[in-house]
Design a protein around this ligand. Structure first.
Ligand code: TRP
Length: 338
């Protein structure tokens, strides 16, 4: 049992791609830092059921699960402290998903951004509004609610695009509590404005959906190549440049110390050439990724070792999830006869 003073913080990463700099700076790095704080119990998991919504290529889902797991471990997540597990290893989650599905208003799901975006795209293309829309996509917020509510998480650190889903989890929890009794803590989304949302190679948000990412753990040569591809303007060396209008500087900021940031600002004002700025960015990022990259490669070569860590995490997770689920079953009227 966690003490009442403990704040339970939960977040998941969908295993449908290769982890990139944006995932690290925006989610993994702050989550690992927070997991070391006293008074916090972290629940960090691989959302592989969520991956099936977007990605129906089995090998890709499997490989991504390995890569995302190895990434957390390579950056030193302490899995004796944090609960680190794979969603699909906790059968209490899909069971709770069904109980919540029966409490979730369809009208609420109709308003989900992810679903609405798909319908809008179909409408724009003159297609049937539900073309290509699966029930997985439609009811994805219910699965996410189960992820959160099964551990009665207090705080859910997410990107802005996910706030709505956490609010839906609250709504569903409230409705369940109202109908079946107070079982769920109402979770809160936490969006940290200090955490950078990195731009990708093309200047849009770095995201696997845009294909503009810089993967975290490719070898040095490829990292250098990717950094060289970051979009810049046509200003020549010697011409002053605006750091606040530069994806390159934004990534620099996410890795640099305050002194290094000030130095680079000055260099921009003095007209540092883009080639030189890219070279320095590569060196900075690479110096911070070199050691984790070595650990990552060793982990990837040893998937069985990662599996042991995940199984241990799943056991701990289930020890917490099972008693709550047992109460919920009884609450909804599913229990042995006699
Ligand atoms: N849907 C989230 C994303 O795409 C990932 C996720 C799944 C999640 N379940 C969660 C995040 C529960 C926080 C809590 O980013």
């Amino acid at each position: 049992m966690t003490s009442t003073a403990t704040t339970r913080v939960l977040t998941g990463i969908t295993t449908s791609g290769t982890p990139h700099l944006g995932n690290y700076v925006g989610a993994i790095r702050p989550a690992i830092a927070a997991s070391r704080e006293a008074g916090q119990q972290s629940y960090y998991f691989l959302a592989d059921y969520h991956a099936l919504i977007k990605c129906q290529q089995p090998e890709l889902v499997h490989q991504s699960t390995l890569e995302v797991a190895a990434t957390w471990l390579a950056f030193g997540l302490d899995t004796d402290r944090a609960l680190f597990y794979r969603q699909s290893d906790v059968p209490e989650i899909p069971e709770l998903t069904w109980y919540l599905t029966c409490m979730a208003a369809k009208g609420l799901m109709n308003r989900s951004h992810a679903y609405k975006a798909a319908v809008q795209e179909n409408t724009d293309n003159g297609a049937d509004p539900d073309f290509g829309v699966t029930m997985g996509l439609f009811s994805y917020p219910v699965l996410m609610a189960a992820d959160i509510l099964i551990f009665n998480a207090h705080k859910v650190p997410v990107g802005r695009d996910q706030i709505q889903h956490v609010e839906m989890a609250r709504d569903i929890a409230q409705r369940f509590n109202h109908h079946y009794g107070e079982h769920f803590t109402l979770p809160e989304a936490v969006v940290d404005d200090q955490v950078a949302v990195l731009q990708g190679l093309d200047g849009r948000k770095m995201s696997k959906s845009y294909g503009n990412t810089i993967p975290l753990f490719e070898d040095e040569k490829k990292l250098r190549k990717k950094i060289n591809k970051i979009k810049t303007n046509l200003l020549e060396p010697g011409e002053p440049k605006d750091p606040d209008d530069s994806a390159l500087f934004q990534i620099w900021q996410a890795f640099a110390s305050p002194e290094q940031c000030a130095q680079m600002r000055a260099a921009y004002a003095e007209g540092i050439g883009w080639g030189e700025a890219k070279k320095q960015l590569f060196e900075l990022v690479n110096s911070q990724l070199a050691a984790p990259r070595e650990r990552y490669n060793a982990l990837i070569a040893n998937p069985a070792e990662i599996e042991v860590v995940l199984q241990k995490g799943a056991q701990r997770a289930r020890t917490e999830a099972a008693p709550l689920l047992a109460k919920l079953r009884t609450a909804v009227g599913i229990r042995p006869l006699g």
